[in-house]
Design a protein around this ligand. Structure first.
Ligand SMILES: [Fe+2]
Length: 247
């Protein structure tokens, strides 16, 4: 079914030289051209937000996104960039309780949606550290979006831990490339199950480097085969508009 137009990539590491994503503007442009060819018109730049990673605060991300947009415009890459971040909750709990609300990196820097991830294979860690962090941010009025639950070992092993997060109001974002993995791969199997159950709110590519783009785009096509083009449009076009402040 590809390409459709108007897709929004809600999770990318397009900003060059800030994390383990694109290293140069040229790499960012190569990745962006692959997105455009697959029907994308917008992309959130969501670098890792870790306490020890300099340059991933709201002010600097905003400036870097503006700089990269200038590079795209000069190279005639028709992709509109939006700021954001991928907040590692495990590394900031409980210190985030002291952080002023305005310093939390949100999608679009609009102060509403917090994209987050965490890495653990221990379900108790989810209960003891992630759930309180989620409650704290919800109490502050944020909407929470968990990146790639299908990749997180503790959730793969125990989907009840994921259920508890969604019961707290957490929305889920699928990493497209997980669907390009072969059946039998745990990430693929969990992703397919959650997609078919209608539990995802968004699909993102989580792109890092040019070499991974083919699998990330292929995953969108696999999603269309599994649940149909209308559902994938909802996850890549319709729902992302909410993050942009567009109703
Ligand atoms: Fe990511």
């Amino acid at each position: 079914m590809l390409p459709l137009t108007g897709r929004v990539d809600v999770h990318t590491h397009l900003l060059p030289g800030v994390d383990d994503g694109c290293e140069t503007v040229e790499e960012s442009i190569t990745c962006a051209r692959a997105l455009v060819a697959a029907g994308y018109t917008h992309a959130f730049c969501t670098p890792h937000v870790w306490p020890d990673l300099p340059g991933t605060n709201a002010r600097e991300i905003g400036q870097r996104v503006a700089d990269l947009q200038t590079g795209f415009d000069r190279a005639d890459v028709p992709l509109t960039l939006l700021p954001g971040g991928e907040n590692n909750l495990l590394s900031v709990w409980p210190q985030i309780r002291e952080k002023p609300r305005g310093e939390v990196v949100t999608l679009g820097l609009l102060g509403r949606y917090v994209l987050f991830d965490f890495w653990t294979d221990i379900a108790e860690m989810v209960r003891e550290r992630i759930e309180p962090a989620v409650r704290h941010l919800r109490d502050q009025g944020f909407e929470l979006i968990l990146a790639h639950p299908e990749r997180i070992a503790a959730l793969q092993k125990d989907l009840r831990a994921l259920d508890r997060l969604t019961e707290l109001g957490v929305k889920l974002q699928l990493n497209s490339w997980c669907l390009a993995e072969p059946r039998g791969d745990r990430r693929r199997d969990v992703a397919e199950r959650l997609l078919k159950e209608g539990r995802y709110f968004l699909i993102g590519t989580d792109l890092h480097r040019p070499s991974g783009m083919a699998a990330r785009i292929k995953g969108i096509s696999v999603a269309e085969q599994l649940v149909g083009a209308d559902e994938v449009e909802r996850l890549t076009v319709g729902n992302p508009r909410e993050l942009m402040g567009v109703e």
